[in-house]
Design a protein. Structure first.
Length: 133
């Protein structure tokens, strides 16, 4: 069911459908997908989805998942997703006109520690908090 949870977010549904179709979601699309999906999918399932991207082999998929997990990246804000999308051809966000689109915090429920790290960061106690991507 975790994949179904991800599909409640239109951007994630778009990324999943593109990967299922065997198309590339671009470098930043893979980064966003990993930063969000790692909270819903087991590592092996996440790697399997990334491996569907024709620009990625299994080793690169595993490396990306390890990198994001080791750095503890929080899912990116909408503004960051739009910024990254402007750097690549593939449209990560399928509908930029709707301000509610691509706001993963609006449509998905993340583990409590994600929200705690964000709150700590904004309080100024970011010494132990992972860097936001």
């Amino acid at each position: 069911m975790p994949v179904n949870d991800l599909k409640t977010e239109p951007m994630m549904a778009h990324l999943l459908a593109t990967l299922d179709a065997g198309h590339s979601i671009g470098h930043y699309g893979r980064l966003v997908f990993t930063m969000v999906a790692r909270h819903f999918l087991e590592p092996e399932e996440l790697i399997s989805y990334l491996d569907k991207d024709p620009e990625v082999d299994r080793d690169r998929a595993e490396s990306l998942v390890r990198q994001v997990e080791s750095r503890g990246y929080n899912p990116p804000k909408r503004e960051r997703i739009l910024e990254w999308m402007s750097r690549q051809e593939f449209p990560i966000c399928p509908n930029t006109e709707d301000p509610g689109q691509c706001n993963v915090y609006r449509n998905l429920d993340f583990p409590e520690d994600v929200y705690n790290r964000i709150a700590d960061f904004y309080k100024g106690d970011n010494s132990a908090a992972p860097k936001a991507a």
